[in-house]
Design a protein around this ligand. Structure first.
Ligand SMILES: [Ca+2]
Length: 740
């Protein structure tokens, strides 16, 4: 056991000790912010009274309106924190910032956690367990015990809920600038609210991972205990996905050496792989949800402060009053406004993209004029100036629509947003391959004919028409540069840019720095408040796009899956490093699977049945154009290709249904077993409490009772009576037959 323990990751043995003096959260308050509260607040009685008190107090005579507002909100914030029992100390930072370093005392935390557990038990989150019912949570010894057993992520999760829960529910109701705006807690002045990195632990963790070849579920559980399930699900997913790429990588290698291009065997294998990967991942995710106590958690998430309920309604089950917004309204908004808008945007985007691709094809393959070497870069230049600009506009709209749809919980909000954004990731990543593979190469004659009609058409000379090697070239380029660029973008560039700007800032602020005392904590806070907020969806989208490259297109070049496999080994580690160094530490959020991405994976997997069938039937027996009859589209070929694609798609659904059914019925999962056992244990505990032992009620006692005897005798009598009646009935029938 001790040997095993030694091999486990350093996070496993972690207790809540951080260098930063045991701070749970840090709030950054900007005292130099120049904003005026809206009219309704300025005129509110409470505000007027508060300001009056402040300007009259202790003769300090602050006359500046702005300073009065700052003071008013600072005072409010501190009061509210103290009122719910939170301890804090204040650190002065540069540029007029103040940091509230928050720590939750054991007593408050233990009671909060206890409440949290009871709520979870009632709502059916996690594995039902009522081990808390015997505890006297007011006893300091018990409190200490509860707190010492908490994992960091549970601790931070409970405290986060306490801080952000609205005041009428007993929380502090903290919202930051970008969430709530004006609020009693001074949301407009609160620029950020985060938890500090535990640097020592991060370093140990990264070191531990870089030495290990494969990561186990225990490693993922350690991440869950430290960062929460939203992050740990990403790493668990990436690990499973990485491992699952091994078979396609091997088969791809074999296909490359022993089969023709566009191997039928590899194509079928990749589609099957994508189906079974999703099925198996879902099973694994369900088991993780049990292990991590988050099954059903998505239904009980905290309400977002921006959520605008229509009214409060009484919950039919619990009898509590809960904010309510009808789901059908969201659906209508989504279907009538958001989807048409997304489709419109997508069409517009596709058109622009199509033009760029046409220019690219034109320059690379058809253009023979002067400056060709430079001209080749023009499409990329157009692309890289236009697309980010369009993307920004689109993302703004997506955000707006998402707000408009009015989601109640943050997780749902984030997931719906990720869905909207992925449409663009999809177009950006796959459009060029789709245009080249589905239009340009198969219909090159017509395509070039169309291009010749454009103003620059006269420059087109007759060249050999493109074949599948053009597609292979595109794919190899995309998958190689894509992975390398991503690695750079994620880890090296942010690191370098911070080093450079840091050095520049350091040169400017040199004198200031020397004046300040060596306050390590203030320094760490100043450094981390500059960092961006980590969004796990960015990492998911990267991996989902890669999944698309493998399942949709790797038949073009089977080494694609091997490259992805290798990339993901590095990705696992580099993403961990990235999260520790380039971002603020994510506060623990919960999720019970990988959110919207599982649906997107399924769509990609379905598309893979179409693309693989298409590529095989069009390109496997490809003959150069010159050897065919001139100028005629091969309609017979087109029809048979479409037939193959449709059959492949139907077979896809058949296999998917059979596969899902097989795993559901024939391979029993641990999940149901664990849930059932927990439920029975919990029921038995309750029964035992009211004096009934175990699940078998004592029957002997019941038989001895006179009432029972009476009941039995009566039943016996009734039964006898019934049979006699039936028998005499028969006799009557016989007699009546005789009469006839
Ligand atoms: Ca990544």
């Amino acid at each position: 056991m001790s040997d095993k323990e030694a091999k486990r990751s350093p996070i496993a043995q972690e207790v809540f000790t951080s260098k930063a003096d045991d701070i749970d959260y840090v709030m950054i308050f900007n005292t130099r912010k120049d904003v005026v509260p809206p009219k309704e607040i300025l005129e509110s009685e409470e505000f007027v009274k508060g300001i009056k008190e402040l300007s009259a107090a202790d003769g300090k005579s602050i006359t500046d309106q702005r300073e009065l507002y700052v003071l008013y909100y600072w005072k409010n914030l501190c009061k509210i924190l103290l009122s719910i029992g939170i301890e804090f100390k204040v650190k002065s930072l540069k540029d007029g910032y103040l940091a509230l370093c928050i720590r939750c005392p054991d007593g408050v935390l233990a009671i909060e956690y206890y409440k949290f557990r009871v709520q979870e038990y009632l709502k059916g989150v996690g594995v039902a367990s009522s081990d808390f019912e015997e505890l006297d949570v007011r006893d300091p010894e018990v409190q200490k015990d509860i707190v010492s057993k908490l994992t960091t992520s549970d601790r931070l999760y409970v405290i986060y809920n306490l801080l952000t829960r609205p005041t009428w529910e007993g929380g502090a109701g903290i919202t930051t600038e970008n969430e709530g705006g004006w609020h009693q807690t001074g949301g407009m002045y609160l620029e950020s609210f985060f938890t500090l990195h535990n640097k020592e632990l991060n370093n140990k963790w990264i070191k531990h991972w870089s030495k290990k070849y494969t990561l186990s579920t225990a490693d993922m559980t350690d991440i869950r205990n430290h960062f929460g399930t939203r992050v740990s699900y990403y790493f668990a997913f990436l690990q499973k996905y990485f491992m699952s790429l091994l078979p396609p990588a091997v088969i791809g290698l074999l296909a490359l050496f022993f089969d023709k291009r566009f191997s039928i065997f590899y194509g079928i294998f990749v589609v099957l792989w994508s189906i079974f990967f999703i099925i198996l991942w879902n099973r694994h995710a369900e088991q993780l949800a049990i292990l991590w106590n988050v099954n059903n958690c998505s239904t009980t998430e905290k309400i977002r402060p921006e959520f605008r309920p229509q009214k409060m309604i009484k919950d039919k089950v619990s009898g509590d009053y809960v904010p309510y917004y009808p789901n059908w309204k969201r659906w209508v908004k989504r279907v009538l406004l958001t989807y048409p808008f997304i489709i419109l945007c997508a069409v517009f985007h596709v058109m622009i993209f199509f033009c760029v691709i046409c220019i690219e094809i034109w320059v690379r393959d058809l253009y023979q004029g002067p400056f060709k070497a430079i001209m080749v870069y023009i499409p990329t230049a157009i692309y890289s100036t236009f697309i980010p600009f369009l993307n920004n506009i689109y993302l703004g709209f997506a955000r707006g629509f998402n707000n408009f749809e009015n989601y109640a919980t943050k997780v749902e909000y984030d997931n719906r947003y990720a869905e909207k954004v992925f449409v663009f990731y999809f177009l950006n990543s796959f459009m060029s391959l789709i245009v080249v593979g589905w239009l340009y190469i198969p219909f090159s004659k017509q395509f070039i004919g169309l291009l010749k009609l454009t103003p620059l058409g006269s420059l087109i000379t007759d060249i050999p028409l493109p074949g599948p090697e053009r597609l292979v070239g595109n794919y190899v380029y995309v998958i190689l540069t894509g992975q390398v660029l991503n690695l750079f973008q994620e880890t090296i560039i942010p690191y370098l840019s911070r080093k450079i700007t840091g050095a520049a800032m350091g040169a400017i602020n040199k004198d200031k720095d020397e004046e300040k005392d060596e306050d390590e904590l203030a320094k760490q806070i100043e450094k981390e408040m500059e960092l961006p907020i980590y969004d796990v969806n960015d990492d998911y989208s990267e991996m989902v796009v890669q999944f698309g490259y493998v399942s949709l297109f790797s038949i073009v070049w089977p080494l694609g899956s091997l490259i992805s496999f290798v990339n993901n080994w590095i990705e696992l580690r580099s993403d961990a490093v990235k999260m520790c160094i380039n971002y603020r530490r994510p506060y623990p959020q919960r999720s019970e699977n990988i959110g919207p991405w599982i649906g997107i994976l399924s769509v990609l997997s379905w598309l893979s049945s179409l693309t693989n069938a298409w590529f095989i039937s069009v390109f496997r027996y490809w003959e150069p154009r010159e050897e065919r009859r001139e100028g005629v589209i091969n309609y017979k070929g087109l029809v048979s290709t479409l037939a193959i694609v449709i059959i492949a798609e139907h077979l896809y659904f058949l296999v998917k249904i059979l596969g899902t059914g097989f795993f559901k019925e024939c391979v029993p999962g641990k999940r149901d077993h664990i849930l059932k056992k927990a439920e029975i244990d919990s029921k038995n505990r309750i029964l035992r409490k009211i004096g009934i032992s175990g699940s078998q009620i004592d029957l002997v006692k019941a038989v001895e009772s006179p009432e029972f005897q009476l009941k039995q005798d009566t039943s016996y009598g009734l039964a006898l009576n019934a049979i006699y009646e039936k028998l005499s009935d028969k006799a009557i029938i016989k007699e009546s037959k005789k009469d006839l």
